[in-house]
Write a protein that binds this ligand. Structure first.
Ligand SMILES: *Cc1c(COP(=O)(O)O)cnc(C)c1O
Length: 384
C-alpha cells in the first residue's frame, strides 16, 4: 500500500547545502540571507517590501501592534480560520469580533462583515480560506468607507491572486507562513509584505526589540538606542537559507498542485454525495492548499467512518477547521459566545474532509484518493 500523506515538506540537496553553508560561517542572525530572502519574496509576489519574521502568527501580531490596535478596539475576524488569526488580535488587548463564512467558498461573508462594523472597529482581518482569494475590491470598499485597516492572513495563500495581484498586497500588511506543511517551508518562519515603505521600516525595528540601529548599521559596535517597544520576532539565517531555496521551487510546487487538484476535482465531481468549494474563475486564482469536500446532510454523521476508511488505506486527511474559532473553549469562555452561532462555519467544520493535492503527490495518487473516497461512501451507505 502506498502512503499518501496529507502534507510533507519537500527538502532536497540544495536546502541541505544552504544550511551547511550557514553553519560553516559565523553569522546566524542579522545576516545577508534573511535580507536576500526578503528581496526574493518581494520580487516573487510583486511586493514593494517584505519583512521576514519568526512565524505568520508573529507577523500578524506585529502588524496589529504597529497599527496601534489595542484595548477598547474591535477587529473583525473570520469565524472559519486557524486560531492564530484571532489570537494575533487578542494579544493586543483588542476584541476579535467574529463573522460567519459563506458556504460557496469558505471565505468570510462580506455582507455580514460590513454589517458587523461598529464605532469601535479599527481593522479587518482577511483570510484567504485554503488559498482561495477573497473578493478584495469589496473588502477595500468596506474598509475605506469606515477608515479601517486591513490585515491579510496569507498563511495558505502563496500563489493566490485576485485580479492578477498577489494576496497580501491589497491590505496594509499581508502575512505568510513557512510552517512545515504549508506551500513552502523554513521549518518555522513567516514573511510580511506591504505596499507602505514606512510601515515596512517600522516592522523591521519592531521585530527586533525596537532598537534604532541594527547590527550592520552601527558605527560604534554595541551602541544603539531603543525608540519604541519591540518583540524578538526575527527569522534566523538557517531558516532564511532554506527559504531562498524553497522559493526557487515555488512555481514548480504550484504547477504540481494545479495538476493534482484538477485530477482530484474530476474524480470528486463524479461522486454525487459530496460537493466542493468554488473553483478558480477569471479573476480569482487559488493557491490550492488542499481540496476540501463537503458531505451531504445525510452523510454528516458518517464522517468519522469515511475518514477512517481513507486513513486505513494510507490516505492522509485533515479538517479545516475542527471548530469555528469562536466555538473553541477559550473564545467561548472569554467572550461568552454560544455554540449556536456561526452556523455556516460550523457546517463547514462539521461536514468537510480535506484531501491532499500537495507537490509530494502525483495525479495517479489523486485517482487512488477519488476511488477510495467513492468506496468509502458506498460502504457507509451499505451499512446505513
Ligand atoms: C498555519 C496558519 C497560521 C499560523 O502560521 P504560523 O507560521 O504557524 O504562525 C495562521 N493562519 C492560518 C490561516 C494558517 O493556516
Amino acid at each position: 500500500m502506498k502512503e499518501i500523506p496529507f502534507g510533507r515538506p519537500l527538502l532536497g540537496d540544495a536546502e541541505k547545502r544552504a544550511v551547511a553553508e550557514v553553519l560553516e560561517g559565523p553569522v546566524l542572525v542579522h545576516g545577508p540571507r534573511a535580507a536576500a530572502f526578503e528581496r526574493d519574496f518581494a520580487d516573487w509576489t510583486g511586493a514593494p517590501r517584505a519583512v521576514s519574521v519568526s512565524s505568520c502568527t508573529a507577523g500578524l501580531h506585529l502588524a496589529y501592534f504597529d497599527l496601534g490596535i489595542g484595548p477598547g478596539d474591535e477587529v473583525l475576524v473570520p469565524a472559519q480560520t486557524h486560531v492564530a488569526t484571532a489570537h494575533a488580535v487578542a494579544f493586543t488587548g483588542a476584541r476579535p469580533v467574529f463573522v460567519d463564512a459563506e458556504i460557496e467558498t469558505g471565505n468570510v461573508d462580506l455582507e455580514q462583515l460590513a454589517a458587523a462594523v461598529t464605532e469601535r472597529t479599527r481593522a479587518v482581518s482577511i483570510v484567504h480560506f485554503l488559498g482561495y482569494p477573497v473578493a478584495m475590491d469589496r473588502v477595500l470598499e468596506i474598509a475605506s468607507a469606515h477608515g479601517l485597516f486591513v490585515v491579510e492572513d496569507c498563511a495558505l495563500a502563496i500563489g493566490t491572486r485576485y485580479k492578477g495581484v498577489h494576496a497580501g498586497l491589497f491590505g496594509d500588511v499581508g502575512c505568510f507562513s513557512f510552517y512545515p506543511v504549508k506551500h513552502m517551508t523554513t521549518a518555522e518562519g513567516g514573511m510580511s509584505i506591504t505596499r507602505h515603505e514606512n510601515l515596512a521600516d517600522r516592522l523591521m525595528r519592531e521585530r527586533a526589540f525596537g532598537v534604532d540601529r541594527h547590527v550592520g548599521e552601527r558605527r560604534v559596535p554595541g551602541q544603539y538606542d531603543v525608540t519604541r517597544l519591540g518583540y524578538n520576532y526575527r527569522m534566523n539565517e538557517i531558516q532564511a537559507a532554506i527559504g531562498i531555496e524553497q522559493l526557487k521551487r515555488m512555481n514548480d510546487f504550484l504547477d504540481r498542485r494545479r495538476e493534482n487538484f484538477a485530477a482530484l476535482a474530476g474524480a470528486v465531481d463524479r461522486i454525487e454525495e459530496v460537493r466542493r468549494f468554488a473553483d478558480d474563475c477569471g479573476d480569482r486564482e487559488s493557491s490550492r492548499y488542499c481540496l476540501s469536500i463537503l458531505l451531504d446532510d445525510d452523510l454528516i454523521g458518517r464522517r468519522p467512518e469515511i475518514v477512517a476508511h481513507l486513513n486505513e488505506r494510507g490516505i492522509g486527511t485533515s479538517v479545516y477547521y475542527p471548530k469555528p474559532v469562536p466555538h473553541m473553549q477559550y473564545y467561548r469562555e472569554t467572550y461568552g459566545i454560544g455554540e449556536e452561532t456561526f452556523p455556516v462555519a460550523a457546517r463547514i467544520s462539521g461536514s468537510s474532509i480535506a484531501l491532499p493535492v500537495g507537490p509530494h503527490l502525483e495525479p495517479d495518487d489523486m485517482m487512488t484518493i477519488g476511488r477510495t473516497l467513492e468506496e468509502a461512501i458506498a460502504s457507509v451507505k451499505r451499512h446505513a
